[in-house]
Structure formats: structure tokens, C-alpha cells
Write a protein that binds this ligand. Structure first.
Ligand code: ADP
Ligand code: MG
Length: 337
């Protein structure tokens, strides 16, 4: 049974960067305004996320890493309105099947923090011979999640991830995306033992200033903004905000950061349609930088996407992307005059 769970978990958590994405989303869902990430060996040895969010109540700790345990659904109808799509209550459970998971957490109402360790979905003793119950400890408001020895019990998976530096680059990519999308949250990401941060953003920025901090002035000084939203005849609500480089910016590789309902997602179709705004505008071989955030009535977004399929779909995908691309094109044309 535990082997089957381990295989299922490995399908959800493929590599350190996807564990991190889940943990970052949890911290943001908990209302954190400060998030610090530390990684050792590309997150394979250690991945730690410290947030100053709501914390987890002592009473919720025993089942925290149980499968399908989530505080984010209270009624069945919430399922269709779910902002957090993909999978529900499976992230911590999955991590506990393929790594050593430790949690230290404190709510505003608690007088002390609690420490708990998990293995295979259950509370586990931190040291052999001690009890598995959560232990009181010192700690700040918020939650610290520590993931150690990821894939220690799935050697094939571990062997497939050969390069810690490649895994770290993927971690940085996830942090950068979320830092840009959440400019009022401060992010700090570094390697264990290092004094220099690889990502560091303040808690009082804008999307534009976060892009400047992360991608530098060459991108920031060429940024244009476009917005689009549902028309009166559209069947459901949606809104789009794009920040993208002008015709003066020429990169060798495209950057496309897509958020749907505040989750970083992939969509080859949206990417293709939106990047097409540069055809005929940029010289051949040159690429732009595009950040696009779409807010769509959650009942119109496919929430049943399997975690291994990172592609997201939504209703009226073509019509919506066309409107977004049109508004970007209009801004590009006006900028050219
Ligand atoms: P989901 O996010 O889909 O609910 P997870 O396995 O990611 O499932 O998390 C399980 C539950 O643990 C969440 O619903 C939430 O109540 C709690 N939780 C996890 N991480 C945090 C955090 N950083 N701060 C507060 N609560 C958290
Ligand atoms: Mg989650």
C-alpha cells in the first residue's frame, strides 16, 4: 500500500520545483506577506519555506498530511468554485510519502508554536523512540515547512534528477514568477549557507517594479501595459492584465509568464496566440517578454486537470485570448507612433 502511495505521490511531486510551487501557493493562500525559501542541493537535500501567514491550528496537525485533507473546501459546491484547481489536499500528503516533512507553525491565537513531523501521510516521531504527537516549541506567527531528502525512498526518481544546479534554476524560476505576480509579498530565495539572495523583492512593489527587480532595467524600461475584460455580451466574467515589452526589446528567447486565477500555469494555446502579437513587429529570431494574468470565473476553468498535465483549459479560450492579443496589439501600435 505504501508503495502505491509512493508511486502516486511521485506523479504529483516530480521534482523539487513542483514541491516548492505547492508550498508557495499554500503560503500565499495563508495570507503570508513574507516568504523565505532556502534550498540545499537544488532542493533535493533540503527545501525550506518560512511564511508569516495564518499558521495552522494545533487541532488540524494530526490530519495535515492525510490525503484529501484540505481546509479550502467546505461544501461540495465549493468544488466548482474552487480557485485552487488541480488537486486538493494532496500536496503535503504526497510530499510526506517521498520525503521527510517537518512543520513548525503558530497561529496568532496560540501562545507557542507546534512542531510536527510526517511520514506516509501520518504524524511520525521526529526521533526514534519518541512519540509522534506535535510538540510545543518557540516560533513566530506563521508556518515553516521543511522538506528533507526528497525522493530518498524512490531511488529511480532521484537518479533521474542528475543536476542540483538545474533543479535550483527551476526553483528560482518558480520563485521569480510568484514574486512578480505577488508584488506586495516580499520573497527571498537563497541556497543554504549562502549570504547572498538569488531572489529578493520588497513587500511594497508593483508588478512592474518586481519585473524590474528580477529581469533588470532592459526589460523594465520597455514595458507596456494592456488590459482587457469581458464585454456585455460575454457569458461570464473575466479580466486580463498584461505587461509586455515594446518593439525596441529584442531577446534571444521568449519569456512567457502566465497566471490564471493566481496560479502559475501553462497553456501552449494561449502562449502561441499571445506571442503572435510580435510577428511582423520584432525582427526574425527576436523575442519579447510577456506577463499575463487572467482572472476567470473559476467555474469556467477546468479544475479537473491532473497534476501531471500542467496544461490548463478554460471556456471561450480562443475568444478571450484573441481579445487579449488585440488589446496588446493596439498598445504596441500606439507606442510605435
Ligand atoms: P490544499 O492546499 O489543496 O488544501 P495541501 O496538501 O497543499 O492541500 O495543504 C493541506 C492543508 O494544510 C491546507 O488546506 C491548509 O489548511 C494547510 N496548510 C498547508 N500549508 C500551509 C501554510 N503554509 N499555512 C497555513 N496553512 C497551511
Ligand atoms: Mg496546497
Amino acid at each position: 500500500e505504501s508503495l502505491i502511495n509512493r508511486i502516486a505521490a511521485g506523479e504529483i511531486i516530480h521534482r523539487p520545483a513542483n514541491a516548492l510551487k505547492e508550498l508557495l501557493e499554500n503560503a500565499l493562500d495563508a495570507g503570508a506577506t513574507q516568504i523565505k525559501i532556502t534550498a540545499k542541493d537544488g532542493g533535493l537535500k533540503l527545501l525550506q519555506i518560512v511564511d508569516n501567514g495564518s499558521g495552522i491550528r494545533r487541532a488540524d496537525l494530526p490530519l495535515l498530511a492525510a490525503r484529501f485533507c484540505t481546509s479550502k473546501l467546505s461544501t461540495f459546491s465549493d468544488l466548482s468554485k474552487l480557485q485552487t484547481y488541480g488537486f486538493r489536499g494532496e500536496a503535503l500528503a504526497s510530499i510526506s510519502h517521498v520525503a521527510h516533512l517537518n512543520v513548525v507553525t503558530k497561529t496568532r491565537d496560540d501562545s507557542c508554536a507546534w512542531r510536527a513531523s510526517y511520514s506516509d501521510g501520518l504524524l511520525a516521531p521526529a526521533k526514534a523512540g519518541t512519540s509522534a504527537d506535535p510538540k510545543p516549541c518557540a516560533g513566530n506567527d506563521g508556518t515553516t515547512i521543511t522538506v528533507e531528502d526528497l525522493f530518498y525512498n524512490t531511488p529511480l526518481r532521484l537518479r533521474a534528477l542528475k543536476s542540483p544546479s538545474d533543479e535550483y534554476a527551476r526553483i528560482l524560476d518558480v520563485v521569480q514568477r510568484y514574486a512578480i505576480h505577488n508584488p506586495s509579498v516580499s520573497f527571498l530565495c537563497k541556497k543554504t549557507g549562502s549570504n547572498t539572495a538569488d531572489v529578493s523583492t520588497p513587500s511594497s512593489g508593483t508588478v512592474k517594479s518586481a519585473i524590474q527587480t528580477i529581469y533588470g532595467p532592459s526589460v523594465a524600461k520597455e514595458l507596456l501595459e494592456a488590459q482587457a475584460e469581458a464585454g456585455t455580451k460575454d457569458e461570464f466574467e473575466w479580466q486580463a492584465e498584461a505587461w509586455f515589452t515594446s518593439a525596441n526589446y529584442h531577446a534571444k528567447k521568449p519569456t512567457f509568464l502566465l497566471f490564471i486565477n493566481h496560479r502559475s500555469v501553462e497553456s501552449a494555446r494561449v502562449k502561441r496566440a499571445v506571442e503572435a502579437v510580435y510577428s511582423g513587429i520584432l525582427p526574425k529570431g527576436a523575442c519579447g517578454f510577456i506577463y499575463l494574468s487572467l482572472d476567470i470565473d473559476p467555474s469556467k476553468v477546468d479544475v479537473n486537470v491532473h497534476p501531471t498535465k500542467r496544461e490548463v483549459h478554460f471556456l471561450e479560450e480562443e475568444a478571450i485570448t484573441e481579445k487579449v492579443a488585440d488589446s496588446m496589439q493596439a498598445v504596441l501600435a500606439a507606442n510605435d507612433q
